[in-house]
Design a protein around this ligand. Structure first.
Ligand SMILES: [Zn+2]
Ligand SMILES: [Zn+2]
Ligand SMILES: [Zn+2]
Length: 162
């Protein structure tokens, strides 16, 4: 069993339990070292997001949360999402208004998100050369970015016609 390689698309037949276990243990360690609480609800929301590599919307999370926590309200989910975003454990996919787990948590990083319009799988890539040339372009423009996320929509390897 090889470690999950963050620069390669998740293969459809990969052992996703490994992704989940890895993401959860990284999150637990990070929260511990930062002295912040991964409360049961935050833990659960993170787990639900990591159900797959697909982007998931807040109200879908709420639907999945209700059977295990009938006190869950939209604000419960949004607060948990805010926490997870702040800690860099998930990313917001702006163009879908949805969320996806980050597998480079704990490192400051810009990202290139490849979003499949058919299956909604999101592949996060570091793409250092793209980010580098983008930084140069922004510098030339005298523009100071708050964050850099590049979102590309299209068909993933599994969905595109062969
Ligand atoms: Zn996976
Ligand atoms: Zn990330
Ligand atoms: Zn796809």
């Amino acid at each position: 069993m090889t470690d999950f390689d963050p620069d390669h698309a998740p293969e459809p037949e990969h052992d996703h339990n490994l992704c989940i276990r890895n993401a959860i243990s990284v999150a637990e360690q990070l929260c511990l070292s930062r002295g912040v609480q991964l409360t049961p609800i935050r833990h659960k929301v993170l787990e639900l997001i990591w159900n797959s590599h697909k982007a998931v919307k807040a109200y879908d999370l709420l639907d999945q949360l209700r059977p295990v926590n009938d006190a869950a309200k939209p604000s419960t989910v949004y607060r948990a999402l805010d926490f997870l975003l702040e800690q860099g454990l998930i990313h917001r996919v702006e163009s879908l208004n949805a969320f996806v787990g980050c597998h480079r948590s704990g490192t400051q990083h810009d990202q290139l998100l490849l979003i499949c319009t058919a299956c909604h799988t999101v592949e996060e890539r570091g793409a250092p050369s793209v980010i580098q040339s983008l930084s140069e372009e922004l510098q030339t423009a005298g523009f100071s970015p708050q964050r850099k996320t590049i979102e590309i929509h299209g068909l993933c390897r599994s969905c595109r016609p062969q």
